[in-house]
Design a protein around this ligand. Structure first.
Ligand code: FES
Length: 107
């Protein structure tokens, strides 16, 4: 099972297993990792699952679709160059070891 490391705003890290086919959002919610609110449950309409993807992994992700790009303009913490909505990052074996940073605020 591939793993994902979540870097929290206080500098601590949580590394958990996230099954292939699940999402980076779901992995956080299922492991009670704070800071991913995911109010819409993964429908790409709330932007409260915002993460900053570690630059080493950013190019491995398929580019965001239009709906995600629109929502990335509405995040509570300012978007960075590697911002994504974690509900739209589908876990794959190739993403094993993925590192994402959780922003200060989601709403
Ligand atoms: S959970 Fe709502 S946009 Fe990702």
């Amino acid at each position: 099972v591939p793993s994902v490391t979540y870097r929290l705003p206080d500098g601590s890290e949580r590394r958990v297993e996230v099954a292939v086919g699940s999402s980076v959002m779901r992995g956080a919610v299922e492991h009670n990792i704070p800071g991913i609110e995911a109010e819409c449950g993964g429908c790409c309409v709330c932007a409260t699952c915002h993460v900053y993807v570690d630059p080493a992994f950013f190019a491995l992700l398929p580019p965001p679709e239009e709906g995600e790009r629109e929502m990335l303009a509405l995040t509570a913490s300012p978007p960075h160059a590697t911002s994504r909505l974690s509900c739209q990052i589908a876990m794959t074996a190739a993403l094993d070891g993925l590192v994402v940073e959780i922003p200060e605020r989601q709403s």
